[in-house]
Design a protein around this ligand. Structure first.
Ligand SMILES: Cc1cc2nc3c(=O)[nH]c(=O)nc-3n(C[C@H](O)[C@H](O)[C@H](O)COP(=O)(O)OP(=O)(O)OC[C@H]3O[C@@H](n4cnc5c(N)ncnc54)[C@H](O)[C@@H]3O)c2cc1C
Length: 377
């Protein structure tokens, strides 16, 4: 690794962790600044597609991920109505190639814990309660301010600070996430034994009612509805509303409902989309992951794209001996078209559902995206 020797990363999500691990492995000093007081990630579960699993293998954490998660090669589509009959069982494309399952469901805190342990083992230094608040670029360094105090100079700052990225704002990129019109409840619940892959019901009172196993015992369930302002609701009210809405769905939803009444972890999130359409860097500062692009999770590629950003960036930092324009041109050429495909297609799938378009070829579009993602980033 010659282009950089000392790197700061803002954020500690998947993009940050992946970049930190890859850089530290190559002997770079890496310091991660995270504004939260600890690692506690929001959300319940996550679906990692094959192309994400391929990156996790390159990071050296695949065995741990496989041990903690729930692999699957198919998707079951059920109909709304009595018994929630199975309409189709579809094989999913193996976007990571034949060595990985098509997808793997996981409890998000488990993924965070595994990545954090791998980063610490490589010598990455984590600072929590550390909000990046300012930067000044010099010719050969970028000076950073955290919680309003100077923390030193670095060869490179990676802004992996998510949807509402401070780094993006500090470097003058004015693209912001836009709401797509959908919102989702998600809950972490027990896995009924009959559920062995992701299952979805299209139709009924919400756009999508689904669930994805994350381990032998657990899964996450979600209801995707027209986005509403539910910010004033308490945790109990979220759980009650999710419960009441789910009453329209039969089959495994009966078991999910029983759990929603017990000790639910329910959250509500609006879907967003954005893509920084040109350079993701300004000098020695670059944004990756949700800071650079976001998409509704209609094809579950957000984290995969964040991981790929980190992998490609760190590969280029290793193969170049300085932070020259050629490095950034290559980075954007490899990342922008791919991220654009994912963002545009994810938005399209959601919009078809919002429009109730009966003729939309959702399967065809998802398959076409999968074919592209199967080619390594
Ligand atoms: C409802 C929902 C479901 C989803 N489901 C899936 C799925 O199944 N599969 C999938 O692949 N993707 C999914 N995604 C997308 C996925 O969650 C994101 O794309 C991914 O987590 C982005 O990771 P990231 O590291 O870029 O950002 P984040 O995980 O958001 O991390 C950013 C970090 O930066 C920190 N931070 C922010 N500002 C500062 C600052 N100034 N200084 C220091 N730290 C800062 C934050 O606290 C946070 O820890 C879903 C998204 C949503 C909304």
């Amino acid at each position: 690794m010659t282009a950089v020797k000392k790197v700061a990363i803002a954020g500690s999500g998947v993009a940050a962790m992946a970049a930190a691990i890859q850089l530290a492995k190559r002997g770079v000093d890496v310091e991660v600044f995270e504004k939260k007081p600890d690692l506690t990630p929001l959300g319940s579960g996550i679906t990692l597609q094959g192309n994400a699993l391929r990156v996790l293998d390159q990071l050296g954490v695949w065995n741990d991920v496989l041990e903690q998660g729930y692999p699957s090669d198919g998707l079951v589509i059920r109909a709304p109505g009595p018994g929630a009959p199975v309409v189709m069982s579809l094989p999913e494309a193996k976007t990571g190639g034949p060595d990985y399952p098509a997808s793997l469901g996981m409890y998000r805190p488990d993924l965070t814990r595994i990545l954090h342990a791998a980063a610490v083992a490589q010598g990455v230094v984590f600072r929590f309660d550390a909000e990046l608040t300012g930067l000044t670029e010099q010719e050969k360094q970028v000076e950073l301010t955290v919680n309003g105090e100077p923390v030193g100079s670095f060869d490179l700052l990676i802004g992996a600070d998510g949807l509402h990225s401070t780094v993006r704002e500090l470097i003058g990129i004015d693209v912001r996430p836009q709401r797509t019109g959908m919102g989702a409840w998600r809950a972490f619940v027990s896995r009924p034994s009959e559920v062995v892959s992701s299952e979805v019901i299209y139709g009924g009172p919400v756009y999508i009612a689904g669930y994805t196993p994350t381990s032998e015992d657990a899964m996450y369930a979600f209801l995707v509805e027209p986005a509403q302002d539910r910010s004033a609701l308490s945790d109990e009210e979220h759980a009650r509303l999710m419960y009441e809405t789910s009453l329209a769905y039969d089959g495994p939803w009966n078991a999910i409902r029983a759990d929603l009444l017990k000790s639910p972890q329910v959250n509500y999130t609006w879907f967003t989309a954005h893509l920084v359409p040109d350079a993701w860097n300004r000098g020695r500062v670059v944004i990756i992951g949700d800071a650079a692009h976001s998409c509704p999770p209609t094809i579950a590629q957000g984290a995969a794209q964040a991981l790929e950003d980190a992998l490609v960036l760190t590969e280029l930092l290793e193969s170049h001996d300085q932070l020259e324009q050629g490095l950034w041109d290559e980075f954007h050429a490899r990342r922008l078209p791919r991220a654009a495909t994912v963002v545009e297609s994810s938005v399209q799938v959601g919009q078809w559902q919002i429009d109730g378009d009966q003729h939309a070829d959702i399967g065809g579009l998802v398959y076409a995206v999968a074919q592209k993602m199967a080619v390594p980033a």
